[in-house]
Design a protein around this ligand. Structure first.
Ligand code: AMP
Length: 113
């Protein structure tokens, strides 16, 4: 059987992390190595390795992840000051966890990309 991703281990309770949002499709946690004052990961419970592996069946899931990001931005008080949402895909983008996750980054002035 394929190894569990770090996010599946968090979801199953094998690895400790505070889950700050959860519904039937997705959950969210604080990034363990934040690059800004607010750095949250929005993660589908279904393991999809990279954005390249998305299918038409995942449209609703991806939409839910963005709606969750918007709600968390408001909850953490950065909806008006601003934030960045991103998915890293494969080596050049330095993806390290092969279970897709949406980064929500803000709480301070971010460097230009
Ligand atoms: P990426 O480079 O886009 O694959 O991002 C993976 C992210 O997962 C990185 O920002 C890591 O800091 C984060 N991460 C890895 N392990 C954990 C963990 N146990 N809890 C929270 N965040 C984690």
């Amino acid at each position: 059987m394929e190894n569990k991703s770090v996010f599946e281990m968090i979801l199953s309770g094998d690895l400790k992390s505070d889950i700050i949002y959860e519904d039937n499709q997705i959950f969210a946690i604080h990034d363990i190595n934040p690059i800004a004052k607010i750095h949250i990961l929005i993660i589908p419970k279904k393991k999809i390795a990279t954005i390249n592996d998305l299918s038409i069946d995942d449209i609703d899931l991806i939409g839910s992840m963005f709606l969750c990001a918007k709600d968390l931005a408001k909850k953490f008080g950065i909806d008006q000051s601003g934030y960045r949402l991103l998915f890293n895909t494969n080596d050049d983008a330095m993806q390290t966890v092969f279970h897709i996750h949406l980064h929500l980054i803000g709480g301070e002035k971010l460097k230009n990309i």
